[in-house]
Design a protein around this ligand. Structure first.
Ligand SMILES: Nc1nc2c(c(=O)[nH]1)N[C@H]1C(S)=C(S)[C@@H](COP(=O)(O)O)O[C@H]1N2
Ligand SMILES: [Mo]
Length: 314
């Protein structure tokens, strides 16, 4: 029989929405989101997953847009390993055991090795990165991630000249992930980036959000975030990172190559075959807003795609 520990119960199940809002207002008044990391553990446990990750560097790469609430970020999710409904991950992901955890870094590198999660948390200074996130389905959020550049990890293993792509494998644990017992996708969930995309300063491995360790439903204990791409590129609960020569056959591209490309750059000018990508609904807002090329990160990433036809390489 499965018994839920108090720490498994979502704060939303015990904290009325008004209390959240008050706490958010208080935090804002106390000097911004980073104040969250300075609060005593007890107060923080009431807001989120518990252990805080402070002290955090503020990043110039953060957006100044208002983040979605902790409740929105942790209760409206895609994580098909726990079911295809938006509320399935928040309800089911307590089954995942994110500790102990190891990430194998393999393939075309001089120093392949396995990293424990505690080591990954100390690999590079943790930064708060407040990013706009855009799902291919047409909704968006602003999420205050905590993480470090993927490049910091890749530098440790020294990619060979023959490595051109990086493949990210998510955990595939039928005993903890009820969704992988169904052939919804080709498990394990596999995503990938070109090596130069992975080395871009905006591309991070996230280990937390809102100053605290990552909730299971958001991809604990470590997940990929590339904010200029559609959300599905951000594989959750990563167990292996493999440097490879050829473009990986990623899970969504394999499931439907006409609808989900490998590049998956946010592009309002390339519609999904079944819907327009010109606008999006920010979770919590009523009116749709225009979608920006590269999700608004064009100044920083457009050079990666110079000379490429983004309609062909969507
Ligand atoms: N392993 C895995 N990673 C995944 C998914 C998934 O189903 N399985 N869904 C993706 C999609 S479609 C989106 S939009 C984002 C959502 O991340 P969030 O729930 O933390 O906002 O996770 C991505 N990463
Ligand atoms: Mo998505």
């Amino acid at each position: 029989m499965l018994i839920r520990k108090p720490s498994d119960i979502l704060p939303s199940e015990i904290t009325p929405e008004a209390t959240y809002r008050d706490r958010r207002t208080f935090l804002a008044a106390a000097g911004g989101l980073l104040a969250a990391a300075a609060l005593p553990l007890k107060a923080k446990g009431a807001q989120g997953s518990g252990a805080n990750l402070g002290p955090l560097q503020k990043s110039p790469l953060s957006t100044s847009e208002t983040p979605n609430t902790y409740a929105q970020v942790t209760q409206y999710n895609n994580f098909y390993e726990f079911g295809t409904g938006k509320d399935d991950p928040a309800r089911e992901a307590w089954r995942l055991k994110p500790r102990p955890w190891e990430v194998k870094v393999t393939g075309l590198c001089a120093k392949p090795r396995t990293f424990g999660i505690e080591e990954l948390l100390k690999l590079a200074p943790l930064e708060e990165r407040i990013y706009r996130m855009r799902c291919v389905e047409g909704w968006s959020m602003v999420i205050p991630w905590v993480g470090f550049p993927i490049k910091a990890l890749l530098d440790k293993v020294q990619p060979l000249g023959s490595a051109r792509f990086v493949a990210f494998f998510s955990a595939d644990r039928p005993d903890q992930m009820p969704g992988v017992r169904l052939p919804v996708l080709d498990w394990p969930y596999l995503e990938g980036l070109r090596l130069d995309e992975a080395n871009h300063p905006l591309a991070i491995l996230a280990v937390g959000l809102y100053g605290q360790i990552l909730p299971n439903q958001n991809g604990a204990p470590i997940r990929l975030v590339a904010p200029w791409k559609y959300g599905f590129k951000g594989g959750k609960s990563i167990v292996e990172i493999r440097l490879v020569k050829d473009q990986p056959w990623t899970s969504w591209a394999k499931a439907n190559p006409n609808e989900y490309g490998f590049y998956a750059n946010v592009n309002p000018n390339h519609d999904h075959p079944r819907w327009s990508q010109k606008t999006e609904r920010r979770i919590g807002e009523l009116l749709r807003r225009p979608t920006q090329m590269f999700n608004g990160y064009g100044d920083q990433v457009a050079h990666l795609y110079r000379g490429m036809d983004l309609d062909t390489y969507f």
